[in-house]
Design a protein around this ligand. Structure first.
Ligand code: ADP
Length: 670
């Protein structure tokens, strides 16, 4: 290749003189030298023209271009665009080395690229950060390649400013990040769906339906529906509405992964309304609790409406704001009429002052039970028992009242009161009759016993007189039989009868006293009391070899003397009605049940047949009147009588031959 620089030929030098001085000049063929010279001149012009074109291209290029001397790493020949990008003049740039235009953070990477380049491998670097003269950073895609000139290696670098593109990309990435954060942070489940297949889901969506994101993504949405049919049916309905209006909102029931159903509010929109092929976004809110509350409310509403007890809601001005059908029926008003009224219109003895007191109590206790009267539309007044509850809702006070018609109960209570009064009078009468009878009958009994004694003494006297009397043998035998057998036997019957009568009368007297003697009700230390009872029976228990087991006993309320009597009678019976073969054992225990203390006296005696369990508490009732055990059939009657007065109870559980358990219930100590 001919370098025009090496041939300093100008138009001003005459061709002939060049020809003369040239050793190759041939005068005979002068015309061919002439041609060479002309070609050279043409080539030179062509080269100049090319250089101008190249220069114009170089300077007007939109990319920055400059060379780098690989040996010195200094820049050369920056074009105008390069100067603009870097903010330096061309002269200044030619003073700079490679690292001068790069921020320190990228030096290491840049040197690696440079090494590669120097080894002959062209380099492409995207979005390389470059520092301008004023310190600002811009980004450029750089293409660099190596070439040799006169034994020196140069790199030519083309710089395309991509700062704006990079900022756009960064902004896009930031927006994407923000979107991702929002996607995950919103308190609703979100899914991106394309052709009914999950593309993306957030954590709430997954958690709510029990799936992981991996399980859902790529899967069709049918897994959320209760059935294939529902999936098809809802799919059609949802998508047709979405197409029509661009958004859709629906309450649905979805199936959780574990099979249970969850209520959801689903809102769907197109991800990009301009390009519907990008799919849909569905936001899902858990409305299970709301649905449950709505259902509960409906049930409550149903219950209230069908309740047979009238119900009223009042506001703080005592206005009726809600009633049920039972209230309308009870008062004979329509619902509309009642909603125009105040509670004072239907309760003739209620007043604003009383209402203030009731509300004050209700605020403390939340609910209250009271009795009042209600008046029907036709003027009939009837007693009601009201159970009121207080409610403060949204700062407003309300009062909910259930008013039960207690006419029948009141009538029954009155009748019961009357009966009780009569019973009390009759009891008192009976007690005085028993007292008078037992007291007054004792006189004649004493007379009978006295005269029987008189007859016995007379008999002795007759016997003495007859001993010396000369009487025929048959008469003497007859008299002996009459006096010493028949009359004596009759006298014995009279004595046994009067003794029995006497013990019955004293028993009756004791029974009548139970109803009249004053009781002193106090807390009783039952363990001590039992020790006292057993102390007085020690001789008998030892004699019979009885083993008595007493557990720690709870205290109760009662009269010490009377409770002592109860336990004495029961233990005495356990001793009396012991098993003839079994060694006698008695167990005494107690427990508290609600408002009562229940004591148990259990023995391993002869037991009592079921049909006598109630009868044994009746007066004079004995299972074995002619048995070896002495008694009047009054002990248990007295026990029950005492317990009646102490607000207590007694009952028995037993079977013949299997012992008996007597249960005594007495009021607990409060
Ligand atoms: P009494 O002992 O004077 O006959 P009670 O009124 O005390 O009168 O008892 C009534 C009846 O109940 C007794 O005659 C007896 O038949 C039966 N009875 C009472 N306690 C027991 C007991 N622990 N075991 C078996 N029978 C009993």
């Amino acid at each position: 290749m001919i370098n025009p620089e090496e041939f300093e030929i100008t138009q001003k030098v005459p061709l002939q003189s060049v020809a003369n001085s040239c050793p190759y000049f041939d005068a005979s063929s002068g015309c061919s030298v002439q041609k060479v010279l002309e070609d050279l001149a043409r080539a030179r012009l062509q080269a100049e023209e090319n250089e101008q074109k190249f220069q114009a291209l170089f300077e007007n290029a939109l990319d920055g271009i400059m060379l780098l001397d690989c040996r010195t790493r200094r820049f050369l020949m920056p074009n105008q665009q390069m100067c603009r990008m870097l903010g330096y003049t061309a002269e200044e740039i030619e003073q700079l080395t490679l690292l001068d235009i790069l921020p320190p953070s990228v030096h290491e990477a840049a040197l690696k690229h440079f090494e590669q380049l120097a080894a002959g491998r062209p380099q492409q670097v995207s979005a390389q950060s470059i520092r301008r003269k004023d310190g600002q950073i811009f980004y450029a895609d750089i293409s660099a390649a190596l070439f040799w000139l006169n034994g020196t290696s140069y790199a030519v670098g083309i710089f395309r400013d991509v700062t704006e593109k990079k900022h756009c990309q960064e902004e896009q990435a930031r927006q994407q990040q923000e979107l991702d954060a929002v996607f995950q942070a919103v308190p609703v489940g979100i899914s991106h769906v394309q052709k009914r297949v999950f593309i993306r889901v957030n954590k709430i969506f997954c958690d709510f339906l029990g799936y992981s994101a991996e399980e859902l993504i790529g899967r069709d949405t049918s897994c959320l529906y209760r059935s294939k049919e529902e999936f098809e049916q809802w799919g059609q309905s949802l998508y047709s509405r979405l197409q029509a209006s661009g958004e859709v909102m629906e309450e649905l029931t979805f199936r959780h992964k574990d099979g249970h159903f969850v209520d959801v509010l689903l809102r769907g929109v197109y991800l990009d309304p301009q390009d519907r092929s990008k799919g849909e976004l569905f936001a899902l809110t858990d409305i299970t609790n709301r649905k449950r509350a709505e259902r509960a409310l409906q049930f409550t509403q149903f219950a209230v409406d069908h309740l047979t007890t009238p119900m009223y809601w009042l506001d703080s001005n005592l206005r009726i704001i809600r009633v049920n059908q039972a209230a309308c029926r009870a008062l004979g008003y329509t619902e509309e009429e009642l909603l125009q009224m105040s509670i004072l219109d239907i309760d003739p003895i209620y007043s604003r002052e009383k209402a203030d007191q009731v509300w004050a109590v209700m605020k403390q206790t939340e609910s209250l039970r009271l009795e009042s009267l209600h008046k029907t539309k036709d003027g009939r007044i009837f007693p009601v028992e009201i159970v009121s509850s207080y409610l403060n809702y949204d700062g407003q006070e309300y009062h909910c009242a259930f008013a039960q018609d207690i006419s029948e109960r009141k009538a029954a209570e009155n009748a019961r009161e009357k009966l009780l009064r009569e019973l009390r009078t009759k009891n008192e009468e009976l007690e005085s009759i028993v007292f008078v009878a037992s007291h007054d009958l004792r006189g004649p009994l004493v007379n009978i016993e006295g005269f029987a004694g008189e007859i016995r003494r007379t008999l002795e006297e007759i016997n003495t007189l007859l001993q010396g009397a000369p009487l025929p043998a048959d008469i003497s035998d007859r008299l002996q039989t009459l006096l010493n057998k028949d009359i004596r036997e009759s006298l014995q019957f009279i004595s046994a009868g009067t003794a029995k009568m006497d013990s019955l009368l004293s028993g009756l007297l004791r029974l009548s006293r139970v109803g009249t003697i004053p009781f002193r009700i106090e807390p009783l230390r039952m363990n001590s009391l039992l020790q006292l009872v057993l102390g007085t029976m020690r001789y008998e228990t030892r004699r019979l070899g009885a083993r008595i087991h007493i557990e720690p006993l709870p205290d109760c309320l009662g009269d010490a003397v009377q409770v002592n009597q109860i336990f004495s009678n029961l233990i005495d019976n356990a001793l009396k009605y012991r098993h003839p073969q079994e060694p006698l054992q008695i167990w005494i225990s107690g427990r508290t049940e609600g408002k009562e203390v229940i004591y148990t006296i259990r023995d391993n005696g002869i037991g009592i047949a079921q049909e006598h369990h109630e009868k044994i508490f009746e007066i004079f009732h004995r299972l074995y009147p002619d048995g070896p055990q002495k008694g009047e059939g009054l002990g248990l009657t007295i026990v029950r009588r005492i317990l009646d007065r102490l607000d207590g109870r007694i009952w028995v559980e037993s079977e013949p031959g299997a012992g008996a358990s007597f249960f005594v219930a007495l009021p607990v100590v409060r």
